[in-house]
Design a protein around this ligand. Structure first.
Ligand code: PMT
Length: 219
């Protein structure tokens, strides 16, 4: 078997983050981790040393992959930055953009006469943008974009604003997919080009993405 990523260290994030509101409630999202875990397995199969930072998911760790479990966006940020340096970072996790300003120490109770609850949310650190700007920046930084419409416009916006080398965009939403399912279609964009991977199983799409990454990685 050829091992195009032999001697390379690949850092992958996968899954959702959970942002606690109180001891029994959190803000989460529909990411299952399947896409990111498939990428980690594909990179390992191509010879890379792989570190997988995983949000709360119910998936087995791919053989030969070092896994670091996290819960919140803040923990994902610390684990990803703490795992640098790497040759490649692939950010497939659905990291929360906002987190409650305060976590209530006690279960929030319904109050008589009040029909609404206002939660104040604050922005989380953008892990991907921070990795791309880091002094130990990987040679290739690959982002994901989960979009419900105008996929290319939003994905190219993220490619430029977060200073990425590649971005893999997928349509998400009740009807389209991306989240949870076993199959996916990725629209991959870079400065001077683009390609489509899939529709196919997440394992096949992940293999094609990792092959593209291996081809674009500087020698
Ligand atoms: O897990 P599955 O069920 O298999 O579903 C796969 C997937 C749909 C989650 C995956 O293919 C995907 O699209 N992942 C990215 C989801 C996402 O958060 O997209 P975004 O467009 O909101 O974020 C853009 C990029 O910024 C992503 O690489 C994300 O990891 C990163 N980000 C976002 C916010 C933040 N605070 N830190 C980040 O690093």
């Amino acid at each position: 078997m050829s091992a195009p990523l032999s001697g390379r260290r690949v850092l992958v994030s996968a899954g959702p983050t959970y942002e606690d509101i109180d001891p029994v409630r959190f803000l989460g999202n529909r990411s299952s981790g399947k896409m990111g875990f498939a990428i980690a397995a594909a990179a390992r199969a191509r010879g890379a040393e792989v570190v997988l930072v995983a949000g709360p998911v119910h998936l087995d760790t791919p053989d030969g992959v070092r896994r670091i479990d996290v819960r919140s966006a803040a923990q994902m940020h610390a684990a990803v930055v703490g795992a640098l340096p790497a040759d490649v970072y692939i950010g497939a996790a659905a990291v929360a953009d906002f987190t409650p300003r305060q976590v209530s120490a006690h279960k929030i109770k319904k109050t008589a006469g009040s029909e609404t609850l206002v939660l104040e949310l604050v922005r989380t650190t953008d892990v991907l943008a921070e990795v791309a700007a880091h002094r130990q920046r990987p040679a290739l930084v690959v982002g994901f974009a989960a979009e419900t419409h105008d996929v290319e416009r939003y994905a190219r916006g993220k490619l430029a604003s977060k200073r990425l080398d590649l971005i893999a965009a997928n349509l998400v939403g009740a009807a389209e997919g991306g989240f949870e399912r076993d199959d996916n279609t990725l629209h991959v964009y870079w400065d001077s080009g683009e390609c489509r991977l899939g529709p196919a199983s997440k394992h096949e799409v992940a293999a094609a993405l990792v092959d593209l990454v291996a081809r674009r990685l500087p020698a």
